[in-house]
Design a protein around this ligand. Structure first.
Ligand code: 48F
Length: 256
């Protein structure tokens, strides 16, 4: 029995990894925007590999506002919560509270059930940059990167990479710093997140969700950081809408 359990885990994990060595879409970061995008893209029949540095997917959702484990969403994003079967309560003025643990768990479950392959504890440490296009990601175990062990990584190829890494926009940062490319912003560089202004940040996060370089898209707070939007704190409608928007844009590219 002991041996069978280990064999089953090893066999299935390596099958899963091999199935994901070349995919339609790599999503970096299992935050809310990345997981909504993963759900929509997988539902549309695309192969999606989602890499999350931490053990637990969910990004900034779990902590709610200052560790009070509730977040707020706006009325026009309720349909996305319904898709995932996540519950909500009216807080008046078109706002709803959502239990942040239910939201993180619901988004994770929804993305996986839709068919996305989620690899947790795996960090994306570099990009593949070939012939003027981002063509995949370089991955390693998070403990290896955290301990700065001298271990070479592996590579996953994809038609499209989505930077869903949140505030640091790590993939856009790699593209500008290591590949030296100009990205699709006013300055051609990462503009950096501005301070708190909820209404503006919520709108601009969705507006700034787009392709920023051939083969590279940005969503959520990564899109905000890339294009210099205002931060917005524990309101998550913009993140959910950003994930839905970027999935639509990627689908358009993959179909054409
Ligand atoms: O930051 P995060 O939750 O992404 P998001 O979809 O949502 C932002 C909100 O949570 C919140 C907010 C709302 O008002 O301001 O911050 O933009 O999740 C990003 C995920 O990406 C992972 C990271 O651990 C987190 O779970 N991540 C970051 N860099 C890497 C990564 C990397 N290089 N490789 C793998 N995962």
């Amino acid at each position: 029995m002991e041996e069978k359990i280990s064999r089953a885990i090893i066999q299935r994990y390596f099958e899963k990894l091999q199935e994901n060595l070349s995919v339609d879409v790599v999503i970096v970061g299992a935050g809310p925007s990345g997981m909504v995008a993963a759900y929509d893209l997988a539902k549309a029949g695309k192969s999606v590999a989602l890499f999350e540095r931490k053990l637990a997917p969910g990004g900034g959702v779990w902590g709610g506002g200052m560790l009070f484990n509730e977040v707020v969403v706006q009325e026009d994003t309720i349909t996305i919560l319904d898709d995932f079967g996540v519950g909500y309560l009216s807080a008046g003025d078109g706002l709803y509270t959502v239990d942040s643990v239910e939201l993180a768990a619901g988004l994770t479950f929804g993305a996986c059930r839709a068919g996305a392959s989620l690899f947790n504890s795996v960090s994306v440490e570099d990009i593949v940059f070939k012939e003027g296009r981002i063509g995949g990601v370089v991955i390693n175990w998070t403990p290896v990167t955290r301990l700065e062990m001298h271990v070479d990584p592996l590579v996953v190829m994809s038609k499209v990479v989505l930077d869903g890494t949140g505030h640091p926009s790590e993939i856009a940062e790699l593209a500008t710093r290591k590949a030296g490319v100009r990205i699709e912003t006013e300055t051609g560089a990462i503009m950096g997140e501005k301070p708190m202004w909820v209404e503006s940040g919520e709108i601009s996060t969705v507006e700034n969700t787009r392709q920023i370089y051939p083969g590279l898209y940005a969503s959520g707070m990564a899109a905000n950081n890339v294009s210099g939007g205002f931060r917005m704190g524990p309101i998550f409608g913009g993140m959910l809408k950003s994930g839905r928007k970027v999935a639509g844009l990627i689908l358009e590219e993959l179909i054409n």
